[in-house]
Design a protein around this ligand. Sequence first.
Ligand code: ATP
Length: 229
Amino acid sequence: MLQLEHLTAGYGKTRIVDDIDLEIPAGEVVALLGRNGMGKTTLLRSMFGLCDVFSGSLTIDRSPLPLGRPEGLARHGLSFMPDDRGVFPNLTVEENLRLARRRSYTPPVDIYDVFPLLAERSRQLAGQFSGGQKQQLGLARAMLAGERLIVVDEFSQGLQPSVAKEALEALRTIAATGVSVLIVEQGPQLPLAYADRILGMVKGRLVFDEPVPKLRADPEPLTNLLVVA
Ligand SMILES: Nc1ncnc2c1ncn2[C@@H]1O[C@H](COP(=O)(O)OP(=O)(O)OP(=O)(O)O)[C@@H](O)[C@H]1O
């Protein structure tokens, strides 16, 4: 169980996300949704030290984790794919994947089966990839490194629908072995099909946290969240 408590974070002196409490049990796939500029990216970035954290704590199975310290979180098996994908442009695909692998952990999916493109282009420099190709490499890296938690910003950015579905099925297979998964996604379709829970964010606060079956039966909270007033 991953627990984030009383997280307040932003940039400089500006608070963007305010007093967020969030729990993700092992094995759950959780999607964070909200309109542009509501603070989704900032919430994720704050966990991994890419913006300023004013207060908060992070624990996994009640053991404290170094909130905002990316190397420390990586050592505990927490991985993050930021919205710029975080790949090393001057390294090949193979080298990017090798650096992400953990010595003691092999995910329950074959990365090259999930993303055949990465096998075909294993010797190519990541910097020569298109945005959608980098997205596949970034997701693969997050899957290899996330032994306990995988966090992905802008999950389906640049992906063909068939590749996005394949990647989400892989994330579900990984989650089933006890990994927690948190993704940010623009639209509700993929979360409604693949996630266990959906969180709604408005102006830096979580305004709902609902199981997907409930939202499938009554999508009104999602509609209200995503419609521009
Ligand atoms: N580097 C930054 N410095 C200052 N303010 C920032 C910075 N990055 C984002 N913000 C502000 O923080 C707020 C939340 O942005 P954030 O990117 O977290 O939202 P988001 O919900 O992820 O939006 P989107 O869906 O457009 O990516 C916005 O008002 C944005 O202008």
